[in-house]
Design a protein around this ligand. Structure first.
Ligand code: PMP
Length: 305
């Protein structure tokens, strides 16, 4: 089996050498800030493009600020180290990058030092636009964490335990994925993705103050939709709107755009991926893989043939 190369602390090592203490606060308490970044291969150009790399790094810095930990690298160094990791793994295909700043050493949940970082880069195909996976969702009985408890706009490992409870409950109840409501009873987001709906041709999504991660994909799709000419609205979304919407989908770097075909057993539209969802998906991939010339500042070359 091919051993992955990982950027670990200050250099590239084999995966088997990327080891931390069991006592490290990241291992014990999920004390880390991280980003998941997608890279898309453009065969015609012979280039691999990272999508919205600068925005992911900016959000990582915000997460570090909130945790009161220091990122051991500058933004420039992070971009360089990501490129080195991708090249060390010889990636000339769609890939996923994980970038994590963690509290190293053997301290407790309140320690902030020392910090280290690791970067992984592995092949990951984009959604097949002709055969996208579809999901049966439920409204979770678990509530989304909120800004005064565990701020969801901060992307830290420990936040994902909230998602874990909801995800495992949804699975054991026979659904594919959960959708969280916030403490106000309005729709928040999925366990690892934001939620968008389409009603009467309008693309609607909860605002950034609705207990959600400030998703880069969400931002991308809102801008893209306006550019295409769709009406968009960021506003509170009621639970019943998910049952009555013409289209519902998840969006995020990992899930890209994932159509939801039912919510709590209510069929969404006619029960297949909607036209606007599929139109946005197509244009999203064109932009992210450098096929479209629109939004060129969103893509960064990270490998070349
Ligand atoms: N919400 C949550 C809870 C997530 O984990 C993610 C994935 N990072 C998203 C939304 C989507 O964020 P992004 O589009 O920036 O990947």
């Amino acid at each position: 089996m091919k051993i992955n190369k990982i950027w670990f602390r200050d250099r590239i090592v084999d995966e088997s050498e990327a080891l931390i203490s069991v006592l490290a606060p990241t291992a014990q308490f999920g004390l880390n800030a991280f980003e998941g970044i997608r890279c898309y291969w453009n065969d015609e150009k012979g280039e691999l493009f990272a999508f919205r790399l600068d925005d992911h790094i900016k959000r990582l810095m915000i997460s570090c600020k909130m945790l009161r930990i220091k990122c051991p690298f500058t933004e420039f160094e992070l971009v360089n180290n990501i490129q080195k990791t991708i090249r060390a793994n010889g990636l000339f295909q769609d890939s996923a990058v994980r970038l994590t700043v963690f509290v190293d050493g053997t301290g407790s949940w309140h320690t902030s030092e020392p910090t280290s970082a690791f970067i992984t880069a592995t092949p990951k195909q984009r959604t097949d636009i002709d055969r996208p996976l579809t999901y049966k969702a439920c409204i979770s009985s678990w509530q989304r964490i909120n800004d005064n408890v565990m701020p969801p706009r901060v992307k830290v490992g420990a936040n994902y335990i909230n998602g874990r409870y909801a995800h495992l409950q949804a699975k054991s109840d026979g659904y594919d994925i959960p959708i969280f409501l916030g403490e106000d009873g309005e729709v928040a987001e999925g366990a690892g993705a934001c939620v968008m709906i389409v009603r009467d041709g309008v693309l609607i999504t909860p605002p950034c103050s609705a207990s959600i991660l400030e998703s880069i994909t969400r931002d991308t799709l809102l801008r893209l939709a306006v550019e295409i000419g769709y009406k968009v609205k960021e506003r509170a979304v009621d639970r019943t709107e998910l049952y009555l919407a013409d289209e519902v989908f998840l969006c995020g770097s990992a899930v890209e755009l994932s159509p939801i075909v039912s919510v709590d057993g209510y069929k969404v539209g006619v029960g297949v991926p909607g036209c606007i969802t599929m139109d946005l998906m197509k244009k999203y991939f064109e932009i992210a893989s450098g096929v479209s010339v629109k939004f060129p500042h969103w893509i960064t070359v990270v490998n070349t043939k």
